[in-house]
Design a protein around this ligand. Sequence first.
Ligand code: HEC
Length: 128
Amino acid sequence: MEHRIINTVLKTMVFAGIVILMQSCYNDNVEDLYPQAPACDTNNVTYANTVWPIINTNCISCHGGQFPSGNISLSDYSAIAAAAKNGSLLSAIRHEDGWSPMPKGGGKLSDCDIQKIEIWVNAGSADN
Ligand code: HEC
């Protein structure tokens, strides 16, 4: 009699253990356990569709208009391309030593936005 009770208790415990194990595995979803930043899409980087929107959103408030901050205008292609060619654009947004970090007083641009601008500059900062 006692044997049977112990047997039943043991079986129940093993069964419960398996259920618990299965449930813990069920919830182990790679995306949930290791959340990743969405991939950065660096295909088809262009001035008009990629670079200008980033500058327009993050820089023009200071570097646009008649009296741009630091006397540096970034309000059109030729001005932005000039900053790209003299190295100041990338150095400032990468927060490199010796340069004033941009956007001034704001957070650094996202790694993805910086990467896109790097691609555009390194490809020759074309107007397309
Ligand atoms: C809140 C105003 C503000 C914003 C926004 C801003 N800047 Fe500036 N920027 C300045 C000022 C002011 C200077 C002059 C240097 C200084 O005072 O730090 C400057 C200087 C610069 C320089 C020259 C840096 C150097 O060390 O010679 C570059 C290049 C530049 N900005 C690019 C950008 C870019 C690109 C963005 C957007 C990603 C941006 N800035 C956003 C205010 C701003």
